[in-house]
Design a protein around this ligand. Structure first.
Ligand code: SAH
Ligand code: MG
Length: 211
């Protein structure tokens, strides 16, 4: 497959995993749970962090901590990531994986626990990678708590290619589709953001907040 060969070339040359990243990825043994970002996306997050001088990150959706670790590795010594995971089994696994001075894992529904971060706001970056239905809620939060010039990044924003199709694919819910379309539409606003939806495997929307 030509597309896979192209991706393998990029992965091997630009995004080799550290032994710790490999171990975290492999800790996710359940096939249904293998929904973390890919190495080239991890490297992209690292590049964004360095380009924008990011020191503080909020992540919604930890899973095993694979994306968390990619980001933590790019942060300066005084940098920090606050990552939210609702599923207690996944959070327990992530807690074992993420023994790292720059990472704080917050177990619980982000919709109910995000407010615990308010005293530390504003933050430099948010990585939204959780329940698609609530992407707009996380965007509302980010508009208030990410600094001007900071980054709002959303994963899976092509929604399995449903966002741009006219007919609704079988496994996508109408409510999730509407939410994702609205999420992208808001971040595409040139008066508020400098932004793009990058066509990674799942789609990643990247926006610099200009207000
Ligand atoms: N960022 C991870 C993948 C996250 S998968 C990586 O790339 O490595 C999405 C995760 O979001 C799942 O583990 C799911 O349990 C979690 N999640 C879903 N809704 C949530 C919510 N409201 N609050 C916190 N976590 C949530
Ligand atoms: Mg994702």
């Amino acid at each position: 497959m030509q597309y896979q060969d192209r991706l393998d070339y990029i992965r091997h040359l630009f995004a080799p995993e550290t032994p710790q990243l490999k171990a975290v990825r492999e800790s996710t043994t359940d096939k249904n749970d293998q929904i973390s970002i890919h190495p080239e996306e991890g490297k992209l997050l690292q590049l964004l962090i360095r380009l924008a001088g990011v020191r503080t990150v909020v992540e919604i959706g930890t899973l095993s901590g694979y994306s968390t670790l990619w980001m933590a590795d790019a942060l300066p010594d005084d940098g920090h990531i606050y990552t939210f995971e609702k599923d207690t089994t996944r959070a327990a696994r992530a807690a074992t994986n993420l023994r790292h001075p720059k990472i704080t894992l917050i177990t619980g529904d982000a919709l109910e626990t995000l407010h615990s971060l308010h005293p530390k706001s504003p933050f430099d970056m948010i990585f939204i990678d959780a329940d698609k239905l609530h992407y707009l809620h996380y965007l509302d939060w980010a508009e208030k708590h990410i600094r001007k010039g900071g980054l709002i990044v959303g994963d899976n924003t092509l929604l399995f290619d449903a966002v741009w199709r006219e007919a609704l694919p079988d496994r996508i819910r109408q409510t999730a589709l509407q939410a994702m379309r609205e999420f992208n539409r808001r971040l595409a606003d040139p008066d508020k953001y400098t932004s793009i939806l990058l066509p990674t495997t799942e789609g990643m929307t990247i926006a610099r907040k200009e207000f």
